[in-house]
Design a protein around this ligand. Structure first.
Ligand code: M6R
Length: 607
C-alpha cells in the first residue's frame, strides 16, 4: 500500500510530485505529503485526508526546487493524521524519507535510537528510517542508506533526499515495488509505472536488495554490497490516456462499461485459427499434460474468480482443483506433490499475501502460473509462467473489469487443458467458444438499459444489511456482489451458497433486509427457485437476477433484474454485471467517493 514518488530535474518539482501522487492515490489516500530541497534547504508539506488537501495547501505556499519526494498513505502503524503522514525527517530535519511497506523490527530500533537521543514525532514504523540514516550520515548518504536498510527487517521501498547531497535521490527496495522512470536531464521514481507515464515510458525495475542513486543525468543501481548492477531499460506500451476517466464520473463506472469491448479484445487475441493460444505462458504442453492437481490462491475479487474457475477446471480438464485465500494458504503448510500446478490470480500483481503464497509454493518446487493484469509486476516476474488478463489499467479500488477479464482468461485456460487432456470433445470446445464470443454483445445490450438496477438502488439504498445468494457456478458471484456492495457503500452485506442458507443464516431474514438471489436458468435453477421461496415464506425482500423472460422468478420476487440468456457455464460473466452496477448506484446515491472507498487501497502490499 501507499504510493511513493520522486523527481530530480528541471521541472517545477511540486507539480511533478502532485501529478505522480494523483496517479498513485488509489494505493492509499488517508494523508499525503511532499518534501523538496530548494536552494539547499529541505521543506516538508503534509496534510491529512485526500490529495486535494495537499494540493490546496501547496497552491498557497509551494515548496519549489528541482528535487523532491512524495507519498500518499494507507495507514498501517499510527492513525491517519498530519504527524503520521510521510515524508518523515531526522532530528535535524535535514533529510526526508518516504516509505511503502512495513518495518517489522521498528520497535526495537526506535527504543535504541531514543536511548541515543533521537526525538520521534510520529507513531509510524517509518520514522525509524530517517533517524537510522542520520546515525550513519557521516559516511555519505548512499552508505548511510545502505547501513540503515541493513538493520531493517520487513518490507520497504524507500526514497531519501538530504540537504547534504541535494543533487540525488537514494532509492532502496525489499519486498515493495518501485520503478525508475528515465527522462532526458531528469529522472523519476514511483511505486508504479502509471505515475511516470506523463513524462516517460522508459523504465528500470528495481529488484529486492538493490539501491539506486538517481541524479538529474544518471541512474546507478547497486546491490547491498555496493557492487554496480547493470540493468537494461524497458519500454512500456501503456499510454497516459489509458488512465483517463473520460466523461465518466467515476473510474468504476468507466471500467464496468469497458467490459464488453475488453472481453472481445481478449477473445480476439487468444483465438488463432480456432485454437486457444497463450503466448506468454512459458509452460510446455508436455508439462501441463502431467498436471494432476491445481491449487489456486488469490485474494478478494481474484479469489472469487478462482472459485468460479474451479468449476471449469474440474468439469472440462478433469483436474482436481483447490481454491484458497492467499493469507490462509501461505501459512497452512500446503502439501506439495510433483504434479501440482499453482494458479496465482492477481489484478495488481503486487498483493503481498498472494506473493507470499507463490514463494511458499516455489519453495516446495510447485510450478506457478500467474493470472495477472500488471505485466511487469512482482508476481508476474516471480512466476514460472503468466497469463496476462489484458484488462488495461484498473483504477477504481473496487475491482470490476479485472474480474470478468480473469474469468475469460481462466475459462479459456480450462478449455485449453481440456483439449490437452482429451477430456472435452473438439466440437464441444467450438460450441463453448461460440458461446463466449456472444458475451460482449449480451453485456453491451444490458448496459444500455440499467433502469431495473437503478430502481433497486433507489428503493434499497438506505438498508443496513444485504444478503446475496447463489448456487453452483454463481455462488462465487454472491460473494463478489456482497464484496462490491460493502466496500463502496459501507452497507453490511454477506454472500452465501443458497443451499446452505437454511442451516442458520436464514434466521437473518426479515421484511427489510434485501436478499439478492442470483438465479439464471442453469442446472441448479429448480433448487434456486426453492431457496428463493424459502426466503419469500419468511417475508424477505427478494431482488432476483434472472434470465430474460423468466416469469416464474418474477412471480416470487419483489424486484427482478433480467439478464440476457447465455450458455450456463459462463453465466457468471453476465450475472456479475447487475451486481457491480447495483453496488455502484447505491454508493453514488449515498454520496460516497466510489473510486476511493474509506479504509481501502487498490493493491494490498502489506500482510
Ligand atoms: O490485485 P489483486 O487482485 O491481488 O487484489 C486482490 C484484492 O485485494 C482485491 O480484489 C480487492 O478485494 C478489491 N478491492 C475487490 O474489489
Amino acid at each position: 500500500m501507499c504510493g511513493i514518488v520522486g523527481y530530480v530535474g528541471n521541472k517545477f518539482v511540486d507539480s511533478v510530485l502532485l501529478v505522480g501522487l494523483e496517479r498513485l492515490e488509489y494505493r492509499g489516500y488517508d494523508s499525503s505529503g511532499i518534501a523538496t530541497i530548494n536552494t539547499g534547504e529541505l521543506s516538508v508539506c503534509k496534510k491529512k485526508g485526500k490529495l486535494k488537501m495537499l494540493n490546496d495547501c501547496l497552491k498557497e505556499t509551494g515548496l519549489g526546487g528541482n528535487i523532491g519526494i512524495g507519498h500518499t498513505r494507507w495507514a498501517t502503524h499510527g492513525e491517519p493524521s498530519e504527524k503520521n503522514a510521510h515524508p518523515h525527517t531526522d532530528c535535524g530535519k535535514h533529510l526526508a524519507v518516504v516509505h511503502n511497506g512495513i518495518i517489522e523490527n521498528y520497535q526495537q530500533l526506535k527504543e535504541r535510537l531514543i536511548a541515543k537521543g533521537h526525538i520521534f514525532e510520529s507513531e509510524t514504523d517509518t520514522e525509524v528510517i530517517p533517524h537510522l540514516i542520520e546515525e550513519y550520515l557521516y559516511e555519505g548518504l548512499e552508505n548511510a542508506v545502505r547501513k540503515a536498510v541493513g538493520e531493517i527487517k520487513g518490507s520497504y521501498a524507500i526514497c531519501v533526499i538530504s540537504e547534504k547531497e541535494s543533487d540525488k535521490i537514494i532509492v532502496a527496495k525489499n519486498g515493495s515495488p518501485i520503478i525508475i522512470g528515465l527522462g532526458k536531464n531528469e529522472n523519476f521514481v514511483a511505486s508504479d509505472i502509471t505515475a511516470v507515464l506523463p513524462h516517460t515510458r522508459d523504465i528500470l525495475i528495481l529488484e529486492d536488495g538493490e539501491i539506486a542513486v538517481i541524479t538529474e543525468k544518471t541512474t546507478v543501481i547497486k546491490n547491498l554490497q555496493g557492487a554496480v548492477v547493470s540493468r537494461q531499460a524497458e519500454s512500456v506500451s501503456m499510454k497516459a490516456q489509458d488512465i483517463d476517466k473520460g466523461d465518466y464520473k467515476f473510474f468504476m463506472l468507466k471500467e464496468i462499461c469497458e467490459q464488453p469491448a475488453l472481453i472481445e479484445g481478449i477473445i480476439n487475441s487468444r483465438l488463432k485459427n480456432g485454437l486457444i493460444v497463450f503466448d506468454e505462458m512459458n509452460l510446455s504442453n508436455k508439462y501441463l499434460a502431467r498436471v494432476k492437481r491445481i491449487v489456486i490462491q488469490a485474494c478478494g475479487t481474484s479469489w472469487h474468480a478462482g472459485m468460479v474457475a474451479k468449476y471449469w477446471l474440474e468439469k472440462y480438464a478433469h483436474i482436481h482443483t483447490e481454491v484458497d485465500v492467499s493469507s490462509e494458504f501461505r501459512y497452512r503448510n500446503p502439501i506439495a506433490e510433483g504434479d501440482t500446478l499453482m494458479l496465482a490470480i492477481s489484478q495488481s500483481g503486487e498483493t503481498a499475501d498472494t506473493l507470499a503464497g507463490i514463494r511458499e509454493g516455489k519453495s516446495k518446487f510447485i510450478k506457478v502460473l500467474s493470472i495477472v493484469n500488471v505485466m511487469k509486476s512482482t508476481i508476474a516476474r516471480e512466476s514460472d509462467g503468466i497469463i496476462p488478463i489484458m484488462a488495461g489499467p484498473e483504477i477504481g479500488v473496487a475491482s470490476t473489469k479485472a474480474y470478468t477479464a480473469q474469468l475469460v482468461a481462466l475459462y479459456l485456460f480450462a478449455l485449453y487443458l481440456g483439449r490437452l487432456n482429451y477430456t472435452i470433445p473438439e466440437d464441444e470446445i467450438k460450441t463453448k467458444l461460440d458461446g463466449l464470443k456472444a458475451i460482449p454483445g449480451l453485456l453491451n445490450g444490458f448496459l444500455k438499459s440499467q433502469d431495473t438496477v437503478i430502481k433497486c438502488a433507489n428503493e434499497y439504498f438506505d438498508r443496513k444489511n444485504f444478503i446475496f445468494l447463489g448456487r453452483g457456478i454463481n455462488f462465487p458471484n454472491a460473494l463478489e456482489g456482497a464484496l462490491k456492495l460493502k466496500e463502496i457503500s459501507y452497507i453490511h452485506s454477506t454472500g452465501y451458497p443458497a443451499g446452505e442458507f437454511k442451516h442458520g443464516p436464514i434466521a437473518l431474514i426479515n421484511e427489510t433486509t434485501p436478499v439478492v438471489c442470483i438465479a439464471p436458468k442453469d442446472e441448479l435453477y429448480p433448487k434456486m427457485v426453492s431457496n428463493i421461496q424459502e426466503v419469500g415464506a419468511r417475508k424477505g425482500r427478494i431482488i432476483s437476477v434472472a434470465t430474460e423472460g423468466d416469469d416464474r422468478i418474477a412471480g416470487i420476487s419483489s424486484n427482478v433484474i433480467f439478464v440476457p440468456e447465455c450458455q450456463e457455464d459462463i453465466s457468471p460473466m453476465v450475472t456479475v454485471l447487475p451486481l457491480q452496477l447495483l453496488a455502484y448506484h447505491i454508493a453514488v446515491k449515498l454520496g460516497y467517493d466510489v473510486d476511493k472507498p474509506r479504509n481501502l487501497a487498490k493493491s494490498v502490499t502489506v500482510e
